[in-house]
Design a protein around this ligand. Structure first.
Ligand code: ZN
Length: 1011
């Protein structure tokens, strides 16, 4: 055992301050001589010393062992929730003797070949067969589990309380307070009796200790700490790691995973990919999977190809303390894309420390001031020799990241290189001793991260020789829509690095680094390796960028500060407001109170902005304004049409890119030319002048999209949007830490593990225990969602005849305050009175409702809803008269009418019992050539009379709500006839229009040479 003395620093501040700032080497040497420190490794390891460096310079040391505790002056810490302190707190007397006995054997065994030592072991990737430990370890855990204590009521109570506290973001200390209260309130405690003396009380620490054991979360394999000296900054990085084998086992045995989460061809884990697939969907339909299968699977009856997908992205936590967590996570491609969208399908291998901050200038400056607090406050940065110095020194800052990645990925690389055995349970069958052959399919990351991973330059200025991380396209050709250049490959870049060929690397815009990801075994479909395996985020980054350029180009052509631009902006904003109030709720955000001209686009806004611009381009006012602006661009013949075509195609393109399935032929043989044409259209119509024109990475990237889809499946596969939702959990975990840079990653990791353990406990309460994985977990069939009966709601109006003979209407009830008193068309009141008279034999007044709900949809018909008229449109099947878009004015309940009433009203010959809507109908306005081939289809409302370009007599119909076909998006034609509108085609139609575009012969889309 270590004595307390060993951890006390013996620093002479006088000596420290005697140093000149520049004397780095000398200082280091002297520091080495002066301070006695012990290497800091795994806090949870049974025999490691943990040194806590406090902000005030106090040093606390804990001897960490599961069952024993020793020194440490960290009382303050345990209150605040320091894990190191908590975990090492004097632990309860263990009543699970049987268990203890059973683990002694297995633990001693483990110690021999222990995987916890893996990270220190030299890799011998190519030696030895597949790894057996993972399966062996699980079997031992199974055997051990026979001795587990029963999961009783008291455990349920403790788990539920912990879960509740997590959900309410309560501090960790709340647990004991709540427990005290619980036992007191249920009369289990005598006055003044501390809760800890009650036999049913379980401390937080004891609970998690038990859960760890119960769900095989061996502390030696989780939240390991490794410290290294970064090769460039020479700063010390403290890296938090999880063992890849443990993480893999945890993922494979997660009881939340159902059979439907897997995707095997023909429901058979050993089934090879079919020879000719006519579609592209999940990643196993991509070339990367297919080719790698052919290359690596030698024994198809025993081996299963295991695609591994990585993800890394910084999650910024907290509003005030901007500490970010960058977790390196992985999931598996034997799970479907939809399954991988779930947060519990990912495991974390490690965290990239926020190292830039450690080595920040501010701190360096403080150090140099010679203030008395400086040396202790920043001893972490002084003590550069205290981590494991890998002996590497680099002149390139990017090397730091890769040095850290190397540490984080080490245990995974070993697992990947040798493969491993596993018992796979799938659809009621346990496939024993299958050999998993892992390969890294792709690394999901945003553009900036991806460039770092590939070691390419982050700068995107004109002085950089190549902007693209995929290919050798010179910056100057980045806007060329027919560009075709050699792809960057691992071998080529590795050769240049080996030779130290700085010029050669600079020519490729590649950093001279040792790329940690080169250790990955990646797809065998190409020799690009990581340079072709960080697929572009088409659905976010690319579209966001490109849609943004298109908006900017549009206003650039209007004249950025012109009156025209102002008017266009006003019209677009107005159109956006109208587009936001529709029965079709599946719409992009179109409400931009501040206008659409300026401002950085947020994700999810780019579609709406283009839609607003399109609405203006189509509207009578918009078109007129553009054409009238003589001498300007838009007076040119056909330019407005070109703009419409460009914007429409972009919107349709996005919709198609979001498809879960694509036809193989479309992607393979059609897409590239049509992408080039789209780029051509942007160049010709957009004529971007600002900045570097269209010499932009995102623009050029369009040329690589086809390859990405062919290689890795549909764009949704590698969209990072789904992972970002997982940040919530990280943020919640971050709140429960001390928010200190030094231990932040570690505490976040422990909190996340605790949350995981609580979820496992919840699963156990539902009858699914991790240990029963090999027998399979039972998941009850999902209850089909309740079918809601169509009904009326909202505000209720009643029409009546006033004594003076006038038709009047009053608001009789309303569902909420959103529907205040307003005005209503007299003709509508007349129509309602007319109806009332017709049905008076069967019912009294007929109230007019403003809301109809059916099939989970809401249709509004309110004369005043939140201070504005809100009247939805709906597609109605008029039988022989076909389908028409109809505007809703209200709903009436006529269920009391008998079947044979023979009432004729509102265009219906025999009104039967049922719910009805009062509507106006419309028809499509066709062009001279009989077509209306646009996303916004012009329609005209049926009216009885128009006076002075205003509708003076409306035409109402009764429509059975059962004839409602689908919700619609309809906006008025701004500046057009008073009864003219535009009907927006459905998103499904957008997608189909893009498919039509793909299928059309290329010669219909000729591209001329652009000078
Ligand atoms: Zn390129």
């Amino acid at each position: 055992m270590l004595s307390r003395k060993a951890c006390n620093p013996v620093v002479s501040s006088r000596e420290l301050f005697g140093l000149s700032a520049g004397d780095m080497e000398g200082r280091k040497k002297r520091l080495r001589g002066m301070i006695e420190f012990t290497a800091i490794l795994r806090p949870s390891n049974g025999d490691d010393l943990v040194v806590n460096l406090h902000d005030d310079g106090q040093v606390g040391a804990n001897f960490c062992n599961d069952d024993e505790i020793v020194c440490g002056f960290s009382e303050e810490e345990s209150e605040g929730g320091d894990d190191l302190a908590e975990r090492s707190e004097a632990t309860d007397s263990d009543d699970e003797e049987l268990y203890e006995k059973s683990i002694i054997d297995s633990e001693s065994e483990e110690d021999d070949d222990n995987s916890s030592a893996q990270i220190d072991v030299e890799m011998d990737d190519n030696n030895g067969g597949p790894i057996d430990d993972l399966l062996q370890n699980f079997k031992e855990y199974e055997a051990r589990s026979a001795y587990f204590e029963r999961f009783e009521k008291k455990h349920h109570v403790a788990v539920e309380l912990c879960r509740l506290l997590r959900q309410t973001k309560a501090s960790l200390a709340t647990y004991d307070t709540m427990m005290q209260w619980h036992f007191w309130a249920t009369g289990k405690l005598r006055e003044g009796q501390p809760v800890s003396t009650h036999p049913d009380y379980i401390s937080r620490e004891k609970l998690f200790k038990m859960l760890r054991r119960r769900y095989n979360y061996d502390q030696k394999k989780w939240t390991m700490i490794k410290e290294i000296i970064l090769p460039f900054s020479r700063a010390r990085a403290r890296i938090v790691l999880n063992d890849a084998q443990a993480a893999m086992q945890s993922l494979l045995t997660d009881p939340r995973i159902t059979d439907e989460d897997y995707m095997f061809f023909n429901d058979d884990p050993f089934s090879p990919p079919p020879d000719h697939l006519d579609y592209i969907g999940d990643l196993n339909t991509g070339r990367s999977y297919m080719e790698t299968y052919k290359a690596l699977i030698k024994n198809p009856s025993k081996e299963i190809l295991l695609p591994v997908v990585f993800y890394a992205d910084a999650a910024v936590t907290g509003q005030f303390v901007a500490l970010s967590v960058t977790a390196v996570q992985f999931s598996l491609g034997i799970f479907s894309r939809i399954a991988r969208d779930k947060e519990h399908m990912w495991r974390t291998l490690g965290y990239i420390p926020d190292y830039c901050k450690v080595a920040s200038r501010g701190k360096g400056f403080f150090k140099q001031t010679g203030h008395a607090d400086a040396p202790m406050a920043y001893q972490n940065t002084y003590l550069e020799n205290e981590g494991e110095d890998l002996g590497e020194v680099s002149k390139v800052s990017a090397q730091d990241l890769h040095a850290m990645l190397e540490v984080i990925l080490a245990s995974f690389i070993q697992l990947q290189s040798r493969g491993f055995y596993w018992d796979l349970h799938y659809k009621g069958i346990t496939y024993e001793n299958v050999k998993f052959v892992p390969f890294v399919t792709f690394f999901k990351a945003d553009t900036e991260e991806a460039e770092k991973l590939c070691g390419s330059y982050n700068a995107h200025t004109a002085t950089v020789s190549q902007l693209c991380r995929y290919c050798e396209c010179p910056t100057d050709d980045s806007d060329y829509h027919l560009a075709q250049f050699r792809l960057k490959t691992k071998n080529r870049i590795q050769r240049l690095v080996d030779r130290g060929d700085e010029d050669g690397l600079r020519a490729l815009s590649q950093q001279n680094i040792k790329n940690a990801l080169y250790e990955f075994r990646m797809g065998q479909h190409s020799d690009q390796h990581i340079h072709g395996s960080c697929p572009m985020e088409m659905l976010h980054a690319i579209l966001l960028g490109i849609f943004g350029y298109v908006r900017d180009m549009f206003f650039e052509q209007c004249g950025p500060t012109s009156k025209l631009a102002e008017e266009m902006n006003a019209l677009a904003t107005e159109a956006g407001m109208r587009l936001a109030r529709q029965s079709e709720r599946d719409m992009p955000k179109t409400k931009f109170a501040g206008g659409i001209t300026r401002g950085k686009l947020q994700a999810k806004e780019h579609t709406g902005i283009l839609l607003c611009i399109l609405a203006v381009l189509c509207s009578t006012s918009g078109e007129k304004l553009l054409r009238d602006r003589k001498k300007k661009n838009f007076a040119e013949v056909g330019l407005v049409e070109d703009w419409i075509r460009l914007v429409e195609t972009l919107l349709e393109w996005e919709e198609w890119l979001k498809s879960p399935l694509m036809q193989y032929n479309h992607v393979k043989y059609r897409l590239q030319y049509k992408h080039q044409y789209l780029m051509y259209l942007m160049r010709v119509v957009g004529k971007r002048q600002a900045g570097m024109g269209l010499k932009l990475v995102k623009f050029h990237s369009i040329l690589h999209m086809q390859q990405d889809i062919l290689n890795f499946g549909v764009p949704m596969e590698y969209d990072t949007g789904s992972n970002e939702s997982g940040h919530k959990k990280t943020k919640r975990a971050a709140k429960l830490t001390q928010k200190r840079q030094e231990t932040f990653d570690e505490q976040v990791d422990i909190r996340l593990q605790e949350e995981h353990l609580l979820e496992m406990a919840k699963e156990e309460m539902n009858g699914r225990e991790v240990r029963n994985y090999r027998q399979g977990h039972y998941h009850p069939a999902q209850q089909p969602p309740k079918i809601e009966q169509p009904c009326l709601g909202g505000a209720k109006y009643e029409a009546y005849k006033h004594q003076n003979g006038n038709n009047c209407i009053r608001l009789t009830s309303r569902a909420n305050k959103k529907e205040p008193l307003g005005k209503i068309e007299s003709q509508l009141v007349d129509f309602l009175i007319g109806l009332q008279e017709k049905v008076s034999d069967y019912m009294g007044t007929v109230p007019l409702h403003t809301l109809h709900k059916r099939d989970g949809l809401k249709f509004r018909a309110s004369p005043k809803f939140m201070n504005e008229i809100w009247r939805d449109w709906v597609m109605i099947d008029w039988g022989q008269d076909g389908e028409q878009a109809c505007k809703l004015y209200g709903f009436v309940d006529l269920t009391q009418i008998p079947e044979d009433s023979s009432i004729e009203y509102g265009g219906i010959a025999e009104v039967g019992p049922g719910l009805y809507a009062i509507v106006e109908s419309s028809f499509v306005i066709e062009d001279e050539d009989g077509e209306s081939d646009h996303l916004f289809v012009p329609i005209r409302k049926d009216v009885l009379e128009i006076t002075n370009n205003m509708v003076s007599k409306m035409q109402f119909y009764l429509a059975d709500v059962e004839a409602f076909l689908r919700p619609l998006v309809v906006i008025p034609d701004m500046g057009g006839n008073s009864n003219d509108y535009f009907l927006l085609k459905s998103r499904q139609d957008w997608r189909e229009r893009f498919i039509d575009y793909l299928e059309a012969p290329n010669h219909e889309y000729p591209m001329e040479v652009i000078d």
